[in-house]
Ligand binder design. Structure first.
Ligand SMILES: O=C(O)c1ccc[n+]([C@@H]2O[C@H](COP(=O)([O-])O)[C@@H](O)[C@H]2O)c1
Ligand SMILES: Cc1cc2nc[nH]c2cc1C
Length: 344
């Protein structure tokens, strides 16, 4: 499949942004990680004084054949019910987008039952993936169509030269799919990647781990073939999230990765689009245990650590005010020279 090419970010410009940050009226490094976040955003925006960015969040819904193996604490119909709730403005992501001046869209990328609710964009490539213990969750053509759905959603957003795009999801059983993708792309043992998700515990959690091991044994997903991995284990919202991440970066936007599930989609996207990593901001350290391991594997420090384990894009929404603040200090602060303040 043809993916858009990403802008090449100039390392020399990054160094000049770092010099700008050090020239602002504060002790060297005193704004801590706000400085490196601001520098990353300035580097992506192509200016040392980035504008106040518009923020968008896309929440992609999908269902999963693996749900039939009782890998979630909740029944599959919660996905479509929550799609209605999100579209109706009653979900956590709805409240957080309102609270933080974020444009929000919710998209059916492959929910098992129709989502005919006003405000849910219809991009379902399939009505739930197939059981990966029986065969591939999707065909390669379906996996490609999911990625295209994410690219197409981004194409609908206003053509701002620079903005923030947060990517999140809703999908019962997708913490199992995330674990499969994490194992495929990091080589991690499933014991580290599998966790409670919505809250399964005890022997049910042990069975979830066993299902994940069986799927990996059956498909032996090859990380050098990211589309093949996505097709083998699923799922639709992961493909759409990966496509949206690539589409936003291709526009020169910063991409805010939500929690464990969106992080797994980011692994797919990074494998499909080398160079994407520079555009990604990791919003928070999800309480799902594998999330810490993924961040360690990539050497990334997230913006927040609030014990969230919800998804929907909620961590991405919470990171937006911090990222806007990082842009504001780089854009608005005086320099030692302009303010007549003595240096060390
Ligand atoms: O993103 C996260 O860090 C996260 C961690 C745990 C659960 N979730 C959400 O919970 C659902 C997946 O959990 P499960 O148990 O159904 O696999 C799905 O709708 C996700 O949005 C999300
Ligand atoms: C109620 C509920 C809301 C969610 N939001 C994201 N995943 C979810 C899972 C459940 C069960």
């Amino acid at each position: 499949m043809r993916l858009p090419t990403l802008p090449v970010l100039d390392p020399a410009f990054r160094e000049s942004v770092a010099r700008h940050v050090d020239d602002l009226t504060k002790p060297l490094g005193a704004l801590g990680r706000l400085e490196s976040l601001g520098a990353q955003l300035a580097w992506i925006a192509g200016t040392p004084r980035p504008q106040d960015p518009e923020a968008f969040i896309l929440t992609f819904g999908g269902d999963h054949g693996i749900a039939r193996h009782q890998v979630s604490a909740y029944p599959q119909e919660v996905t479509v019910q929550m799609m209605a709730n999100i579209a109706g403005g009653g979900a956590a992501i709805s409240a957080l987008c309102r609270a933080n001046r974020i444009h929000h869209r919710v998209i059916d990328a492959g929910v098992a039952s129709p989502c005919p609710f006003p405000g849910v964009a219809q991009r379902n490539v399939l009505r739930g993936t197939r059981d990966p213990l029986e065969g591939p969750a999707m065909t390669r053509a379906e996996a490609e169509a999911c990625i295209q759905a994410g690219l197409d959603e981004v194409a609908l957003l206003p053509p701002n030269p620079f903005a923030l795009l947060g990517v999140g999801e809703m999908g019962i059983a997708n913490s199992s799919v995330a674990a499969l993708l994490v194992c495929a792309f990091t080589g991690m043992d499933p014991a580290g990647a599998v966790g409670p998700g919505t809250g399964i515990q005890g022997s049910a959690l042990g069975r979830k781990l066993e299902v994940i091991r069986q799927v990996l044994t059956k498909h032996r997903p090859d990380p050098a073939d990211p589309l093949g991995v996505l097709a083998a284990v699923g799922g639709a919202e992961f493909g759409a999230m990966a496509g949206a991440m690539i589409g936003a970066a291709a526009r020169g936007w910063a991409v805010i990765v939500d929690g464990y599930i969106a992080g797994a989609a980011a692994l797919v996207a990074m494998a499909l689009a080398p160079g994407l990593e520079a555009f990604l901001v990791w919003s928070h350290r999800s309480a799902e245990p594998g999330a810490r391991l993924v961040l360690e594997h990539l050497g990334k420090e997230p913006v927040l650590d609030l014990d969230l384990r919800l998804g929907e894009g909620t961590g991405a929404a919470l990171a937006v005010p911090i990222l806007r603040s990082a842009c504001a200090v780089l854009r608005e602060m005086a320099t030692f020279g302009s303010a007549g303040v003595s240096r060390a």
